[in-house]
Design a protein around this ligand. Structure first.
Ligand code: NAD
Length: 368
């Protein structure tokens, strides 16, 4: 890329900051994409092979994710060019150096991402008093522990019932990726009367049409065992979960797991995207044509960022859970009503909704 302005379009980036400290060797980039809705929240990624383009793309995704979630925050991202598996002491030095360098960027609120965590955010907070995803001791709300994203997934399913002729009570659920998102989604759906019939992790798929005990399976995972170690049900290949007979299919593992090559195997009526970009555009179009309702990732999995925003504004765990239900519920309803009315893909309806919100906010700002 010859110039960072090659990235410029109607939305941003508002500011790209290139950080280099010759004394310490710190190299980092902050992209504040858009601040029309408020100061921008976005993770800090630490890896040796990050790039400005990657940072800008992720920052743009945050602009629309935060707007779609209805948060008073714009989108940003930062990358630190550094190996992430280093000693705690080395990581602390890098993070404190980085924090010092972004102290004056008051439009940017960093959070954890690949290669950084709650402790890293504690160091940033200590230096500049501005970070989200903090440890509980500093007022943080541990989003994976409370199941912030899983609650949003279950809430989206609750709203979607009426759009796909489904009742959550006794609905059969399959969860691909029984990790933080998948386990809590299964737990919250079970609380709403659904039955978990399949769950997978990187080792394989557990399938039991008569119903899997969600608490027992979570306990097994917490003891470090794979889903395939469960004593009941049938064990299948990892990717066979795609074709399992169920009503609701929840991808909560990797990107691009549904493609034009395997999406026809799906038997579910409803797909709730817990993972980021779990379906290719072709797969989403095929689902749409077949009448399988698919709730896009940035609507269904916004629980985590909503939780971060509640934390930033001084709210507690109970407030986070109720705001997640309220916001994910309302946004899912708005997207599905629009998609039904226009015949659009739910993803297109969601993107337009987010863009409208950012555009409206930009008109209210002096620099628009
Ligand atoms: P996690 O590491 O806790 O869990 C991931 C699970 O997926 C693990 O059990 C792993 O064994 C399994 N897995 C990996 N590859 C698999 C495969 N090919 N098939 C089946 N299972 C596989 O991660 P997480 O925090 O639950 O995140 C899951 C996804 O959701 C990621 O795409 C993440 O970016 C996205 N996401 C997470 C959050 C959050 O709040 N944690 C928020 C938004 C989006």
């Amino acid at each position: 890329m010859n110039s960072p302005f090659e990235l410029a379009d109607q939305w941003g980036p508002y500011q790209i900051v290139h950080i280099y400290r010759p004394q310490t060797g710190l190299k980092a980039i902050v992209v504040i994409d858009n601040v029309a809705c408020g100061p921008a929240i976005g993770g800090t990624r630490m890896a040796p092979d990050v790039s400005m383009t990657e940072c800008a793309r992720l920052a743009r995704a945050m602009t629309f994710k935060n707007a779609a979630a209805g948060l008073p925050h714009g989108g940003a991202k930062s990358v630190i060019y550094h190996e992430s598996s280093v000693t705690t002491e080395e990581k602390e030095t890098v993070m404190r150096d980085f924090a010092g360098a972004i102290g004056s960027l008051i439009d940017y609120i960093p959070g954890p991402d690949m290669g950084t965590n709650e402790l890293a955010m504690a160091w940033v907070q200590d230096e500049i008093g501005r970070a989200v995803g903090l440890p509980r001791e500093l007022g943080g709300i541990p989003l994976d522990e409370i199941g912030a994203t899983g609650l949003g997934v279950a809430t989206a399913a609750e709203v979607a019932q009426q759009y796909c002729d489904l009742e959550l009570k006794n609905a059969r659920v399959a969860v691909q990726g029984f990790g933080a998102v998948g386990q809590h989604a299964a737990r919250f759906l079970a609380e709403r009367g659904a039955i978990l019939v399949a769950a997978s992790d990187s080792t394989g798929t557990l399938h039991d049409p008569s119903g899997i005990d969600v608490s027992a399976l979570r306990q097994l995972k917490q003891n470090g065992k794979p889903v395939t170690a469960m004593q009941s049900g049938e064990i299948m290949g990892r990717d066979e979960i795609v074709g399992v007979d169920c009503d609701i299919w929840i991808p909560a593992a990797r990107p691009d797991v549904l493609t034009e090559d395997n999406v026809n195997l799906l038997k579910a009526k409803l797909v709730i995207q817990g993972a980021n970009i779990p379906a290719t555009l072709e797969a989403e179009e095929i689902m749409h044509r077949k009448g399988i309702l698919s709730i896009p990732d940035f609507i269904a999995n916004a629980g985590g960022v909503i939780c971060a925003s509640v934390e930033y504004h001084g709210g507690n765990e109970a407030a986070a859970l109720s705001v997640i239900e309220e916001k994910v519920g309302r946004n899912t309803a708005e997207v599905l009503a629009k998609a039904k009315e226009t015949g659009q893909l739910p993803r297109t309806a969601a993107e337009e909704m987010a863009q409208d919100r950012v555009r409206t906010a930009m008109r209210m700002r002096r620099w628009s």
